[in-house]
Design a protein around this ligand. Structure first.
Ligand code: CDP
Ligand code: MG
Length: 742
């Protein structure tokens, strides 16, 4: 461990000097099967040495804000709290002291901007205060969240605090899942769902208060909501608007809402020590794992929160950690690994809020969701690799992609702050202080400036908002992107040449889907295959978690998967085959098991657990697809499209798909000479449509189906001309965008 330096540059044996006592207790002179051992020492001098130690430099301390150290601040064991105790706990939150003042302000002003540190109680408490003060007697209280998981988990928490059943007085509404009832008074929902509610109820008559929470996240839907709620507030003086944010740039919100007063909730925050790596890390996943273990064996008790960019990364780290900590022996405390990301089954999500048993340590592997949307008590160490996945859009090519990008300074500071909520904390940044100073932007660019706006434009148009250029945006989107969206909607026949909504457009707007998907559904009427297309759309909507491919059983898994592709039907039809086969077995769970998970041969425990986990996940995914499909079927009635099946005519189905996805066409060119010799057909360029483009180190297309190029001209004549798709002719690719050549 000699490579650690203290701030003055002196070598230290232990970077975390103050922790020596604990270290001695934990590591002592025991023999550990972990990392590499220094074999030159005699066993009683045993020293714990890592394979790859990471060098951190303590750089700065983020000062905690002032707070009074009430005696009633101590945390209570969340597991066996009764409602009474939960009520007491509510009183310990920083916001509690401001309850009456806040309610007075709400009474006095129509719009208030509320700013408070994450964890101060904004999301869980304010709607309850409003309910207690009688606002729910006049209408529901809406509280929007940018993330599904946050909406669900906060609603669950609040229903617990109020001692009511989730979905009754307190409920949530997220896309494809409505957990509310006639009784619901407090409704947590994603910002996108509230946006959709405008379609049915343009003045939000059923609501007395709208709280746009996590406003600092500036998601696309939140930004659009700003414009809409600001507008309706003018003609609904009884409607209260709360804009709440975890960051301090509240002036901008206040300015936008005609100088609305800012209500600040002083945070309760302890100082956080920030450590940077001395040199840049080549592999942040690896570095994160090493740092977790380093903290685990050298640092005093306290849970760890690691920020990763997505589900795949979280699963990788989870797996490696399980492997590395296996057989650590009893001298090293247990490490409970808790993943949290959007698609994690709800049952497992609750685990992150459980109190860590004495003598063990919890490590939460989270996406950005833990940055401000969710507060996990007991976190003392934060590991921040400095990346997050963000959507970016190139209006020129019309390509949208999810890319791993460096975070902003604002995000880095939010992340660090998560470690100082219940006591002084430490944040380990897996980048250098130079990187922080020079490479990170101050703030994340609002989503509206880096995304495809087709969906939003369609929604606004169906709300009767035609003049998009003069819409009251807090930060306007690039005009190029707006234009591109109009163009795309025109190409999809959702708008006419005057930019007005067509019948197709109105029908498309009914579906809570991307315009390309809704177009494909609407087009299925023409091709008389709505049954099939709805199934495909549902399968496409659940993402990428259907097939499980265990590392040691790849061949079996691939064979199972190939069965659905028989006849080289393409990925879309394969998804349909999966769904239909499952439907034929009357949605049997056993069937999922047999078809996705191959578990022949010997299994070890980890494999078994992983298999079970993935198995549950794929069953869950299938159930979700079924739910989504049921809802789409309900909407078909609304748009008056008859549900009919045309299973034998694959071309008809593919044409319907092409009607929505003709932007996503590509000419496949295989240059591998081996293949062309063996298989002459592949010499000919083949045309495909793809569902989405994924950019990692390379671009690749996800869900690909072959199509006949002449379909493009038949289906989208305004977009493709014959010469564009003439393989023999010009080498030029079509003028249409969204192409990817492999
Ligand atoms: O919105 P804000 O970040 O200000 O705080 P909050 O989400 O209302 O959280 C207040 C408290 O409720 C925190 O101590 C959380 O740990 C707790 N909480 C919880 O235990 N379970 C949840 N699902 C959400 C919040
Ligand atoms: Mg919150």
């Amino acid at each position: 461990m000699q490579r650690y330096k203290d701030p003055e540059g002196k070598d230290k044996m232990n970077p975390f000097a103050e922790q020596e006592a604990w270290e001695e207790h934990q590591i002592g002179k025991s023999k550990l099967e972990f990392g590499s051992k220094d074999r030159n020492r005699s066993s009683n001098e045993y020293q714990f040495v890592f394979d790859d130690q990471i060098d951190f430099v303590k750089s700065s301390v983020i000062e905690g804000t002032q707070f009074e150290d009430d005696s009633d601040q101590e945390t209570i064991d969340a597991k066996d709290i009764l409602k009474r105790e939960l009520q007491d706990e509510r009183k310990t939150l920083p916001i509690y002291k401001f309850r009456d003042e806040l309610l007075k302000a709400v009474d006095e002003y129509q719009v208030i901007v509320i700013v408070g540190e994450t964890g101060s109680g904004k999301t869980t408490q304010i709607p309850q205060y409003l309910h207690e003060a009688g606002y729910t007697a006049r209408g529901k209280v809406a509280c929007t969240q940018p993330r599904r998981v946050a909406a669900m988990s906060v609603a669950a928490r609040v229903s617990q605090e109020m001692g009511v059943k989730l979905g009754h007085e307190v409920g949530y509404s997220i896309r494809f899942e409505d957990c509310t009832s006639e009784k619901t008074m407090i409704k947590y929902m994603t910002d996108g769902m509230l946006l959709r509610e405008f379609l049915g109820e343009p003045d939000l008559a059923g609501y007395s208060v709208v709280m746009v929470d996590e406003a600092h996240e500036r998601t696309l839907s939140t930004d659009i909501l700003f414009g809409l709620v600001k507008d309706i507030a003018r003609f609904r003086p009884d409607l209260k608007l709360l804009i709440s944010s975890a960051t301090l740039d509240a002036e901008k919100f206040s300015d936008y809402f005609d100088s609305a007063p800012i209500f600040k909730i002083p945070g309760r925050r302890y100082p956080v020590e920030v450590h940077y790596t001395k040199a840049p890390e080549a592999d942040y996943i690896d570095a994160a794992i090493v740092t977790i273990l380093q903290i685990h064996v050298t640092q005093p008790p306290g849970d760890i929160l690691v920020f990763l960019t997505g589900q795949e990364e979280i699963e990788t780290v989870d797996e490696i950690l399980k492997h590395k900590t296996r057989g650590l022996g009893t001298k090293i405390p247990e490490l409970n690994i808790c993943p949290i990301y959007a698609n994690l089954p709800t049952e497992l999500q609750a685990k992150i809020f459980e109190t860590t048993p004495e003598g063990s340590r919890k490590v939460v592997l989270a996406t950005n969701i833990a940055e401000t949307s969710l507060t996990i008590d007991g976190i003392k160490y934060v590991i921040d690799p400095g990346f997050c996945k963000i959507k970016s859009y190139n209006p020129r090519t019309g390509m949208e992609s999810l890319l791993i990008n460096p975070i902003s300074k604002a995000s880095a500071n939010q992340r660090a702050g998560r470690s100082g909520r219940t006591g002084p904390g430490k944040c380990f940044r897996l980048y250098t202080s130079y990187n922080y100073m020079h490479d990170l932007e101050d703030n994340t660019v609002p989503e509206i400036q880096r995304t495809n706006l087709a969906n939003v434009v369609l929604t606004l148009k169906s709300l009767g908002i035609h003049d998009l250029v003069n819409f009251d945006f807090m930060d306007p989107p690039p005009s190029e992107a707006l234009l591109k969206a109009l163009e795309q909607l025109f190409a999809l026949s959702a708008l006419n040449s005057r930019g007005e909504l067509t019948k197709t457009g109105r029908r498309m707007a009914e579906f809570p889907l991307d315009p390309m998907l809704s177009k494909m559904i609407v087009a299925s009427e023409k091709y008389k295959c709505s049954d099939e297309v709805m199934s495909i759309a549902s399968m496409l909507s659940i993402g990428n978690s259907i097939f499980y491919r265990p590392k040691d059983k790849q061949v079996h898994a691939d064979n199972a998967r190939l069965n659905f592709h028989t006849g080289n039907v393409g990925d879309h039809i394969a998804l349909l085959n999966v769904y239909n086969s499952w439907r034929e077995t009357d949605f049997s769970t056993q069937w999922c098991y047999e078809n996705y998970i191959q578990h022949k041969g010997l299994m070890n425990m980890t494999f078994l657990i992983n298999t079970l986990f993935f198995y549950l996940r794929s069953v869950r995914s299938m159930k979700r697809a079924r739910d989504i499909r049921d809802q789409l079927e309900g909407l078909m009635e609304r748009v008056e499209i008859e549900v009919c099946s045309n299973a034998s005519d694959l071309d008809a189905i593919k044409k319907a798909i092409t009607s929505g996805f003709f932007h996503h066409s590509a000419r496949l060119q295989k240059n591998g000479s081996y293949r062309t010799v063996k298989n002459p057909q592949t010499l000919l360029p083949r045309w495909v449509i793809y569902h989405e483009l994924v950019l990692t180190t390379k671009e690749y297309m996800r869900q690909v189906t072959e199509l006949k190029p002449e379909w493009l001209v038949e289906i989208a004549p305004h977009y493709y001309q014959l010469k564009d798709v003439d393989d023999a002719g010009s080498k030029k690719l079509p003028k249409g965008q969204g192409r990817a050549a492999l």
